[in-house]
Design a binder for this molecule. Sequence first.
Ligand code: UDP
Length: 399
Amino acid sequence: MSTYVFLNISARGHINPTLPIVKELGRRGEKVIYFVAEEYREVVEAVGAKFQALPPLTRPGGTGVNSAEPPGDKQIAVLPFIMAWQSTQVIPQLVENIRGIKADCLVYNAMSLWGRLSAHLLGIPAVGFRPFHAPRIHRSVVAPFASERLARLAAAADRELDQLARSFEQPSRNLHELVSEVEELTLVFMPKEFQFEAEAFDERFLFVGPSLFDDDAPERWPFEQPATDERLRAYISLGTLRNNEPEFYRTCFSAFNRREWQVVMSVGNQIDLASLQPFPDNFAVVRSVPQIALLPSVDVFVTHGGLNSTMESLYFGVHLVVVPSIGEQRLTASRVQELGLGIVLDHETLTPESLRRSARAVARDPGIRARVKAMQHKARTAGGFMRATEAIHRFATRG
Ligand code: UDP
């Protein structure tokens, strides 16, 4: 039996693809210890991992972003600096804890700097995973939002990292070097055909496609009246992070308020439901649905373009209308558009008419149907969690 340590950040979409892998490792008699924020304790325990709390992470002052806002482009741009700063707080304790575990292999989110640093400082074989859509080559961590303030933050981050490396008597590496590094095995949760600039990804990247449990019984479509052949079924969700969007939901009410549609709308935990009422009769509005179990019954998914939602949609052959609002979602949306898997609409200029017209077109277009079917095949044959588990296990137990 080997011991695997998983390290992840606090985001449902980053944790979900790891869960079937953790469960499969457990089924094979391997031990998994999962470091993540306290709020995900039950989620990781449910798949058989031993939970370990990551210390609560505070933010440095002077980053110019409001931590109360949902993560957007500005927050993501300063994330590497924040993580460098947080690493000095988290790493000493984390490294101490992992050392005590005698782990055989670390499996960490490639976005998480403390995961990468812990692996380096401990010299334990490590596997990275990418539950996000990004180019292979990190452009300068400062360039996209170049400003004097960011240059100052980068310099401060490098000082923090240097201090940390010295305290462990290790050679120091700056932020850009660190975020550009790639483990010998890095799992990517999409088929290679979907990856933006796929040609830049070498054999260190294993494209396993969506990593999901697909043995759940399909969810009963949540309407008393079964849909007739003429009625189209739309599912609407903006994911788990940036979903407090009353205007968007009202646009959906107007777009789909006709007998032609049956709609399930998942609105998340942040919104005041009373402020959205009354709901049209043909809508089921809920805070959360078992999305994977629902998707097999859906004709069109109106999504924000989160990587998980997009992959899950394609895995079940569901046509897409993507309404992205941040850079990573726009990247995923642009792939959907380029590959002819759906239609992308601009969040700012969205109208009920443009949404209705696009959803109708997407539902019935034979070209989209054929291309989604081909991508569904790629998604299903990329290997998923089983291939990921085998690769991790082989990597950890090689001589
Ligand atoms: N999800 C779910 N039920 C919901 C809404 C979302 O199970 O009602 C899951 C969805 O299946 C996906 C994840 O939450 O696995 C959302 O991840 P994604 O990358 O699409 O978006 P994010 O939440 O990170 O923006």
